[in-house]
Design a protein around this ligand. Structure first.
Ligand code: SAM
Length: 195
């Protein structure tokens, strides 16, 4: 993940902010947020998904494997007493949360079955997941496929893996945002599920 460490200082572009705001809107449209909720954002990067939501929830914990990403998040989040960060991976967390969210991280994770089980185990009763990522693509989204384990995801795959992990009320909301890159369109989904 050293690549993300190098990219951290240039991460916050207009287009990534626009994308994250769209994902945050979709989360708000699909999940009732409240001030008692504690949220985990795994692979939070510089916190682009955290800031549009943090004032509507109780607490947010951002974790990432890239220290430079977290340094930027900490600097940007200085004024927020309900924001904590941790340099760690999703498989290492030991706390539980009311909502676990992520944006554009799942395609970097090798074992999605293991991820689904870990997310389920890391939720409080009735906890929710909200995971945004690429719908199936042809492999052209990334310049290099180093560290990419899935070329987007199909609804059928997501529904099966997350149902088998124990989730109920699984929904894949399609086309929540479209990334335009090299004259191609890459739509995103939001996977919502309940423990
Ligand atoms: C494409 S970036 C997305 C960053 C941020 N979520 C955003 O949308 O701006 C993927 C991030 O996931 C982090 N990451 C990758 N695998 C991870 C894992 N197993 N646990 C936690 N973070 C991970 C990377 O370090 C990187 O910062």
């Amino acid at each position: 993940m050293s690549n993300f460490n190098e990219r951290a200082k240039d991460w916050d572009t207009e287009s990534k902010i626009e994308r994250s705001n769209a994902i945050a809107r979709s989360i708000k449209n699909n999940i009732k947020l409240d001030k008692n909720m504690n949220i985990l954002d795994f692979g939070c990067g510089t916190g682009l998904l955290i800031f549009p939501l943090i004032e509507e929830v109780g607490a947010v914990h951002g974790i990432d494997l890239a220290p430079n990403m977290l340094d930027i998040l900490k600097e940007k989040g200085k004024g927020y007493k309900n924001l904590t960060t941790e340099l760690t991976g999703i498989f290492e967390i030991t706390s539980t949360f009311d909502l676990i969210m992520s944006s554009m991280v799942m395609h970097h994770i090798k074992d999605i079955t293991k991820l689904a089980v870990k997310l389920y185990d890391s939720l409080n009763p009735d906890g929710m997941i909200a995971i945004a990522d690429l719908m199936e693509e042809d492999g052209s989204f990334h310049d290099s496929l180093d560290g990419i384990y899935s070329l987007g995801f199909s609804n059928e795959f997501l529904e099966k893996i997350f149902r088998d992990a124990g989730f109920k009320e699984i929904r894949v909301v399609e086309n929540i945002f479209v990334i335009e890159k090299n004259k191609k369109k890459y739509p995103l989904f939001l996977l919502v599920g309940k423990k």
